[in-house]
Ligand binder design. Structure first.
Ligand code: HEM
Length: 136
């Protein structure tokens, strides 16, 4: 188990029932900073909440550190599907940047510089495995 695993898992549990609230902040940031990406997430708010839930579920599953090789295989397959959906490597940075900032703006979630660091690192790890660029 890595040091960051328990703190990120605990935070995911803290915010588990706040996806709607997080979604308002996340999509607000996305719309302001990268409006063209909004099309990827669909026009309906339920669809948008579902997309955010899928990303959070992906982060949750990526923390299954007992079998890192299996996790990497799953994320590579998920990344190939994203290529079919026309998702580019740049979009990962844009989406992950908005997600970290949205998380930081969510009140009463126990946000801290340490959480910012572990979220950023985990999303970056996931993104590299998914889009393949800069993969070791
Ligand atoms: C941290 C990075 C990401 C994770 C963990 C993630 C996770 C997921 C998951 C688990 C699914 C569902 C796959 C399925 O139904 O088989 C999904 C679907 C999708 N994701 Fe992502 N995603 C990420 C980044 C992105 C980015 C950057 C974009 C585009 C801006 C994106 C756009 C999509 C689209 C268009 C779908 C398909 C929705 C549909 O038609 O069902 N994702 N994502």
């Amino acid at each position: 188990m890595t040091d960051s695993q328990p703190i990120l898992m605990r935070h995911l549990e803290n915010i588990a029932d706040r996806t709607d609230e997080l979604g308002v902040v996340f999509y607000g940031l996305l719309e302001t900073r990268h409006p063209s990406l909004m099309d990827s997430f669909g026009p309906e708010s339920t669809q948008r909440t579902q997309m955010l839930t899928q990303i959070l579920a992906g982060v949750h599953d990526s923390m299954y550190v007992e079998d890192a090789e299996w996790v990497a295989l799953q994320l590579r397959a998920l990344g190939r599907a994203h290529v079919d959906w026309k998702v580019t490597p740049e979009m990962y940075d844009q989406v992950c940047g908005c997600l970290v900032d949205a998380l930081s703006q969510l009140g009463d979630s126990g946000w801290s510089p340490e959480l910012e660091e572990v979220w950023t690192a985990q999303l970056s790890k996931i993104s590299v495995l998914m889009h393949g660029q800069g993969r070791p």
